[in-house]
Write a protein that binds this ligand. Structure first.
Ligand code: HEM
Length: 441
């Protein structure tokens, strides 16, 4: 086993985390699937984590050095070995460094509306768009490489050419809003899907640091060898990036309502609504997944479910405080950090809106505009839930979820839960109709 030789020789030397043989280890994990990695290799990696890395810069909060990266990678790679496998480790979220604190709601004083997390909202939006672009472009690059016979990665259940062409088209459509927000002068409009996807990938690659590129590579640790799992992982990661961005916008909305800036509050809600609606094609993209492939690899994803997504639950609870029954259900028991944060008395748009109205900080045309944007955002969220439910029915049928719910009946039961209580949800505002997210079709 050449990778074991590489590892043992690395361990026998200075064991510099910056020289860790990532490619060899990653290659082996991807060759067999995380679920099937030999125990001998896992034990060796575990020993390396304990002996070499544990005492290094991981102890320093916020550390970003090579030892921290190695620790994060080993934690993700060894999740099944450790018995900690879950949604965050499956998607390697600690390695992706979502560009806001949404994945870490208990991070500190920024949880108060007076202390919003981002000092630079425009920078946070840009980072989020860049990450989304990288994720989608990488998924398409894998499709292109596999179709050209240029990669042996995840060789089972390859899709046919028509499916690939559809994926490339939908993937480009999903990434375009981020691309044009980053630079309105750039677009991808070649009618040939393979050319458009290759162009998108080249644009994404032109704007990436070495660290970002390395993290992107390391964040692909499928559990099995089925081609479509690559798409599944990247789409889930892309949605995590979107939810994290939405959480930032909602925090900003709370802060603006609290400090008497209704126009800023409405703008942030509008931005969040556009962002979620524009992400709709990600669901269309995932709908090209072959259901039999999904059923094959999900045999090994038991225990990892998006019900554990912190950023989704953070978005939900930043809109309004969930009812006690929901807080006590699997929905919030699966995200104990967010549940604690809610129980400790967290801020929400709903509460900030009521307080602002009571204090006469929000009235007249300003109040109308904020409430209109709240309703529009609520519509986008409800549309997302309906599309998600339909996709789950198609892929899963009557099977239970990997998050230990009964599956789609759970999603059907929660899909119309009100997003806000301070305002209802109303007719869809003027916005581009989409059949996968925004307005109901
Ligand atoms: C093949 C596609 C998908 C299927 C079959 C599916 C299925 C399910 C099921 C059955 C649940 C209930 C919890 C459980 O027991 O696991 C769930 C929850 C959830 N899924 Fe999906 N899902 C899919 C794609 C996605 C995608 C792309 C996202 C985007 C991140 C997503 C986000 C969520 C979230 C946030 C929840 C928690 C909802 C809540 O607790 O209210 N899912 N999904």
């Amino acid at each position: 086993m050449p990778f074991v030789r590489e590892l043992t020789s690395w361990r026998a030397g200075p064991s510099d985390p910056g020289d860790f043989p990532y490619s060899a280890v990653l290659g082996e994990f991807q060759r067999v699937g995380k679920h099937f990695v030999e125990k001998e290799l896992l034990a060796l990696l575990d020993e390396i984590r304990t002996r070499v890395v544990a005492a290094a810069d991981r102890a320093v909060p916020g550390a970003t050095g090579p030892a921290r990266l190695l620790c994060d990678f080993l934690d993700v790679a060894l999740d099944k070995w450790d018995g900690r496998y879950d949604y965050r480790s499956y998607l390697a979220l600690p390695l992706l460094r979502l560009p806001c604190t949404a994945d870490d709601p208990v991070a500190g004083p920024e949880d108060t509306p007076e202390n919003t997390p981002e000092t630079d909202p425009a920078g946070a939006r840009r980072d989020s768009d860049r990450l989304l672009l990288r994720l989608v472009a990488d998924a398409l690059a894998f499709e292109l490489a596999a179709a050209a016979g240029a990669t042996a990665l995840l060789p089972e259940q390859r899709p046919g050419p028509e499916t690939v062409a559809k994926r490339l088209r939908l993937g480009v459509r999903a990434a375009l809003p981020a691309l044009s927000r980053l630079d309105p002068a750039r677009t991808v409009d070649d009618p040939e899907p393979a050319v458009a996807a290759a162009t998108l990938h080249a644009l994404a690659a032109a704007d990436v640091t070495d660290d970002e590129e390395r993290r992107l590579r390391l964040s692909m640790l499928p559990v099995y060898r089925s081609h479509d799992e690559y798409l599944f992982v990247r789409v889930l990661q892309a949605y995590e990036c979107v939810f994290a961005g939405l959480a930032d916008e909602l925090r900003g909305t709370v802060a603006a309502l609290t400090t008497g800036e209704p126009a800023a509050a409405a703008d942030r809600l509008a931005y969040a609504r556009d962002r979620l609606a524009a992400a709709g094609p990600l669901f269309s993209l995932l709908a090209t997944m072959q259901p039999e492939s999904f059923r094959t690899f999900r045999e090994y994803t038991e225990g990892a479910s998006a019900i554990q997504s912190r950023s989704y639950k953070l978005v939900e609870s930043l809109c309004r405080t969930p009812e006690g029954s929901r807080l006590d259900s699997a929905a919030y028991r699966s995200v104990p950090e967010v549940r604690e944060w809610v129980l400790a008395g967290h801020p929400s748009v709903d509460a900030a809106h009521r307080a602002a109205v009571r204090a006469s900080r929000l009235a007249g045309a300003d109040r109308d505009r904020v409430e209109r944007e709240m309703r529009a955002f609520a519509d986008a969220v409800l549309g997302w839930r309906r599309t998600h439910h339909r996709l789950a029915v198609r892929m899963l049928g009557a099977r239970p979820g990997t998050g230990y719910t009964e599956g789609t009946p759970y999603l059907a039961a929660v899909r119309s839960t009100p997003v806000f209580t301070a305002v209802g949800h109303g007719p869809c505002p003027a916005a581009p109709p989409t059949n996968t997210g925004g307005c109901p079709e």
